[in-house]
Design a protein around this ligand. Structure first.
Ligand code: URA
Ligand code: SF4
Length: 220
């Protein structure tokens, strides 16, 4: 099935020849998809080391991230921090971002709580130029894709995380980075009585990433 192309994308909003802060600034004016029109949300751009060897890609900011304007600082972020630490990865040395830069949500019937809604494939495709621009600036050695949305954004919608998680793969054409897909930390949080097992599997995958980074000298 051919991937449907969105009518509008972020491409026309992505400036050329600017650094990461310049991209982040420009993203605030993005109207590349309908998520720009959701009220009281803002762009949550990636953050971290501008020349990080590792980029971590999530799905989209959550409620906490949207309010604070930073990626992975809510409950999923806390779990991610713990798992990275257990895997021997220093988040401070990485660059952390999302496939989609706006929080998509529905309002709870009480009207008080914003409930996460999954971005669809067209929104992911619309937002991809920002992710590509970030990767082109950072030029990491390894990109870790957290969950199906991030994996779909870079490796195509037919990629199956369940089948290929924890494997080091060649990056998308034109990129020298390798990629690895794994679970999304929110999936671990929702794991119920499987949570511990899922967490262990998540850390195991992240250790593959840690090892890949440690097996190459930093200045290559
Ligand atoms: N989930 C994500 O995918 N990204 C965030 O930044 C927070 C939660
Ligand atoms: Fe632009 Fe991405 Fe926000 Fe859509 S989600 S408006 S493409 S920044």
């Amino acid at each position: 099935m051919p991937t449907r192309q969105p009518e509008r994308t972020a491409a026309e909003f992505v400036p050329h020849g600017v650094d990461l802060p310049g991209l982040a600034e420009a993203a605030r004016g993005c109207r590349g998809c309908g998520l720009a029109e959701l009220e009281n949300t803002g762009v949550v751009f990636g953050e971290g080391q501008p020349s990080a060897r590792l980029v971590l890609v999530g799905e989209q900011p959550g409620d906490v991230e949207d309010r604070r304007g930073r990626p992975f600082v809510g409950p999923a972020g806390k779990l991610l921090d713990r798992a990275l630490q257990d895997a021997g990865i220093d988040r401070e040395q990485a660059y952390v971002t999302n496939a989609v830069k706006h929080f998509k949500f529905t309002m709870a019937s009480t009207g008080k709580r914003r409930i996460h809604a999954k971005p669809d494939a067209l929104e992911v495709a619309s937002c991809k130029p920002w992710l590509v621009a970030e990767l082109n600036r950072v030029r990491p050695e390894l990109v870790v894709l957290l969950g199906a949305t991030a994996a779909g954004a870079l490796l195509g919608q037919s990629f199956r995380v369940t089948k290929s998680r924890g494997q080091l793969l060649e990056g998308p054409p034109g990129s020298s980075a390798r990629v690895m897909a794994t679970l999304h930390p929110s999936a671990v949080l929702r794991g119920g009585d499987q949570q511990e097992e899922m967490y262990d599997g998540f850390v195991r995958d992240l250790r593959v990433a840690a090892k890949a980074l440690n097996s190459r000298p930093a200045d290559v």
